[in-house]
Design a protein around this ligand. Structure first.
Ligand code: PTJ
Length: 259
């Protein structure tokens, strides 16, 4: 039991969740490593949602609400860390939920499906082989998609995605929304909208924003979306990290002077 007063409480809880879901077969072994990489970038943004990330969240909510066939792609880490929020978002924007794995096994697909169903998901795509289709030009296991889901989607939310598939989905003409703490990753660079934030913080905020904007006229949503500039947002996040490190470096020097 981690005491709430622990300075790294939230980070430790996320780790415990991942380990628990690794043991139940939801999270891939490499998912634990991927999370560590994310944590390192989270330190650089100060473990809080930045202003550019909030703008990306707003644009993402607009894109999902405007979509005709939105799909939320779910992997092991996303299911373990944000399962209930994935379901809430799907309900809010009327999106389908599809399990789509990099380290694909039938057992993990089933484990993720049952976790999502236990949290209240009514339908989970990506598991029934009768509807299996493939994304052209993609070699990884993620080329397999559901013909009722990602294959025909116009907007796909891909938390913790790999770069190849993001690029392939873009080439297919889809709007891709990524949640990735690393603004330099190929996914972050290739997505249409990149939310550089921890999935644990970003998903509740995305649900809140989508609920707030749900009854906004479509023209207004289109106007927010068309004024959104992902390259500018990525550049601002990098600048935010650089400035924060510079400030911390100056503070470290000042502390030394006082000693
Ligand atoms: O469940 P599977 O089989 O589909 O596998 C999932 C992983 C995540 C293992 C797989 O997609 C993978 O290997 O991903 P990568 O290439 O390591 O990329 C993961 C990205 O997610 C990295 O850029 C991390 O910085 C980022 N990341 C890790 N944890 C978080 C995160 N971004 C947001 N929130 C996090 N908690």
């Amino acid at each position: 039991m981690i005491p709430k007063s622990h300075p790294r409480y939230h980070s430790l809880v996320a780790r415990e969740e991942l380990i628990k879901h690794f043991e139940t077969g939801v999270v891939a072994r490499a998912g634990l490593i991927a999370h560590g990489r994310g944590e390192a970038f989270d330190y650089l943004i100060g473990e809080k949602t930045t202003e550019p990330a909030l703008r990306a969240i707003r644009a993402a909510a607009c894109a999902l609400l405007l979509a005709e066939r939105p799909v939320i792609s779910v992997n092991g880490n996303a299911a373990a860390l944000a399962g209930e929020w994935i379901i809430k978002l799907a309900e809010t924007v009327n999106a389908k939920i599809e399990v789509n794995l990099f380290y694909r096994t039938k057992e993990r697909e089933k484990a993720i499906e049952s976790l999502l169903k236990s949290l209240g998901a009514k339908e989970v795509l990506g598991v029934d082989e009768r509807f299996q289709a493939t994304i052209p030009e993609l070699m990884s296991e993620r080329r397999r998609v559901d013909s009722r889901g990602i294959l025909m989607a116009d907007v796909v939310l891909v938390p913790l995605e790999d770069g190849d598939r993001t690029e392939a989905l873009r080439r297919m003409g889809k709007t891709v929304i990524a949640i990735d703490l690393n603004p330099l990753s190929r996914t972050a660079q290739a997505a249409s909208i990149t939310i550089v934030d921890n999935i644990v913080r970003a998903m509740p905020k995305l649900v809140e924003e989508a609920s707030r904007l749900k009854h906004t006229p479509k023209d207004e949503l289109r106007s927010i979306l068309s004024s959104y500039d992902n390259s500018a947002v990525l550049s601002e996040v990098l600048e935010y990290m650089a400035n924060r490190l510079k400030k911390l470096a100056e503070e470290a020097l000042k502390a030394r002077v006082k000693q």
